[in-house]
Ligand binder design. Sequence first.
Ligand code: GAL
Length: 986
Amino acid sequence: MTETPSTARPVDRWFEEFFPVRQALPARAWVSRASTDAPELDLDGPWRFQLHGRADAPEALADPDLDDGSWAEIAVPGHWQLQGHGSPAYTNVVYPFPVDPPFVPEENPTGDHRRRFVLPEGFLTADARAVLRFEGVDSAFRVWVDGTEVGRSVGSRLPVEFDVTDALRDNASGEHVVAVRVHQWSSASYLEDQDMWWMSGIFRSVRLLARPVGGVEDVFVHAGWVGGTGSLQVDVESTAPARVRVPELGVDVAAGERVEVAAEPWSAETPRLYDAVVATDAEEVRLRIGFRTVDITDGVFRVNGRPVKLRGVNRHEVNPDRGRSVTEADMLTDVLLMKRHNVNAVRTSHYPPHPRFLDLCDEYGLWVVDECDLETHGFFEVGWRNNPSDDPRWRAAYLDRMRRTVERDKNHPSIVLWSLGNESDTGQNLAAMTEWIRGRDDSRKIHYEHDWNCPYVDVYSRMYADHAETAQIATRTEEPLADAELDAARRAMPFVQCEYAHAMGNGPGGLVEYQDLFESSDRMMGGFVWEWIDHGLRQRDELGRQRFAYGGDFGEVLHDGAFVADGLVLPDRTPSPGLLDYAAVVAQVRFTVEETPAGDRLRLTNHYDQIGLDHVRFRWSVTDDGLSVAAGLLPTPDLPARASVLLDVPDEVAALAPSPAERWLTVTAELAEDAAWAPAGHRLSTGQLLLTPAVPRETQATPIAPVRRGADVLLGPARFDARTGELRAIGDLPVGAVRADLWRAPTDNDEGMHGDPVAKLWRENGLHRLRHRTAAVALLDDAVVVSGRTAAAGTDTGFITSARWSASRGADGVEELRLDLDVVPDGPALPAPLPRLGVRLELPRSLRSLRWFGRGPGEAYADTGAATVVGRFERTIEELQTPYVRPQENGRRADVRWAELTGSGAGLRIEGEPTIAVTVRRWSTEELDAAAHDVELTDSGTVHLHLDVAQHGIGTGSCGPGALPQHRLEAAPATVSVRFRALPQG
Ligand code: GAL
């Protein structure tokens, strides 16, 4: 048999070219439909759709006469995987196809889309051009209009336009057909390896634009602000003369003419925009202009001449039902939530967002790092061999992406940094992108993280640098680079953590310590928490229960599990405790407690970079044991940006009668008037000062001796099993399974997928399968002492436990039970910190809610809970749970002085010595640990009460440093003390 040598490919695999874009019009600034008077036809809505498993299905879709009546219908914009065709897949770094650039496998889901449309009367005047504009198609697509191919493109999160005039005019009949074939995989997929779901389709809008002759083809606003004066020059691309008008500033000039204007500056704190019109005889385009100047002076990043601190978040675009096809409502929700939680900056990780999002950032005030649609992280898996960033064959693709990013977004004052992309290693193509930007737009600085030598950027950027290294960088004492020249250049740059504080599951911990470092020097630009939102997708499980899916839930062979759920807001955009903490930690109006010779005082610092506090109203209140006794308003201090003042305690407070109660002064800062992003009264931050600690109660309590009665031992309100020493009841409340509690359902940060795993050590040492042995039950005159040993199956490391139960009767006749549980490590030392140190009890399901005096209302751990304050709170057991996408330790209420657990039957009062942390659930720690999704957690028929004196810190070990040394819980002899009282039914 002879083989015929052939180099021909079976089909036109155009999408495997290094740069497959064809017939695209030059990139230009985005203009919304509402901003131009040129006619447009919205092509969003239902399209006909057919999915093929391969890229080479016959191209019947292009035929205008094709009967597509039997095809499915799909919503555009949208992903086909979320509309019943195929499935999403999640990987972080690894490519879900062989690393064989620029080729992709035969298995290449391909979606054919068709839509018929009729041009409105007079839509296309004689000389006008018709332009078909796609805002985002993932990943490679080819378009036909009325059977004529009009173009091909890649660049999923970037717009592209094709001239379709001739194709339309060729067809006299009134009805037209646009057909789009989209391939899931293409050469471009190698450049789009962001950590997110792989989902395809026409996921942003499609419009047909009628471009008049002499229309405004492109606009480039140059609006600076230096030394109190604005400068303006608007360049316009048009075949006709254009004028620029800014009525409010009295500007009416020819395009391209530079003027000085008495404008107010734009900043994230004062997002002042001016309405402008750019007009030719043929078209009028409305713009909103913000004046601001970005510079780096003496290694400090500044806007309008002032240093700026970024309190940022990394934002992916996700909606649990629509994927990256986000709505205007999603975008607005994000912006409002950010503003309401003191966030002032967004990195558009890792692609240009929907263009409307940037309008909202301009309007509401957020600093933006606009990132190009580029990531080649999967090459890391093969030692960066053949990485496109340094391969000239990919150069055109890199430049095209950067150009399309900058051209589309160049008119947004909110954008202060261009970012070349993410995690694409190093190389000449990145350098070429910078060079191109510098030639086109010198009004912003350039960012890229993955080249630590920083040869082609303006700012030194890192991700997940730990606190110690960040401290060195803050003082410009970081380890030098090998190349002295590069080192000197980098050392002179400002520094930003483009990602830090990995917000996966419970956490992030360690925020306060990072913020202190960011505020310790002007070199520090601040940072961007990873990340804004969990990417969980709404899905029904086998039992029909609704859950948020993560990697693996769609049967993916390769996936990265719950690593896709690592945001400050849950998939449905409910703020997580982490977001509340972040708001407190970065608050622009911030209170700290300061020791002074005259006692502790509250210091108020204005952490705004540009403005004073005129918009803030301050309220104070005094509480005794959590009950309000006085309240009033504090005058707003005249405090310029970055200044601070020690607050006087209001005179009314000093005049209050002394009380044995624990007395706190709480000061809140709130918006004095409605802002665009929140109503008057919106709370910006809270400060608390302990005025007087509680005076210890007179202990006239009479000790009660244990009494043996039949099989029981009675001790005050408690009943024990005389044989086993087990506590059976407190008053009428049945109690069971009292044990030393040393385990917690590991958090994502404990699991430490890409950072600092402690959970692995915990499991290796059996902390998740502790067993208990009772060695002795002793009835003393004044106590029942149950001693024993708690240890893990298979190991000889354990803990000697001694539970001393005692009781007393108070002057009021009320009996109290007290537990002092000694826990002493025994045997070889644990090579890991302890998850938790406390006691666990099982209680009846009739209990419903917890009322407490302590920190709240949210959860708090050693290194989280900055948002919590001391007060009285009440929550149902259900409300105490935080539904992290992957179930894990949550819901701990810290520093509880007392708590009352009540329901339809008898209740229980708990008192700390002086405080204890309380966690209540309807399922056990083991059930919590075993569940893969929140929805699997159901009422076990028992209420599980966990009281701890300490837990290991949270940290951000899922990607970054684990709990800091001061927040670790090392195993050492310790005592858990707590008091209980029975609460009668009702
Ligand atoms: C970074 C990356 C992000 C995300 C994060 C971990 O390395 O830039 O895209 O993967 O880690 O969640």
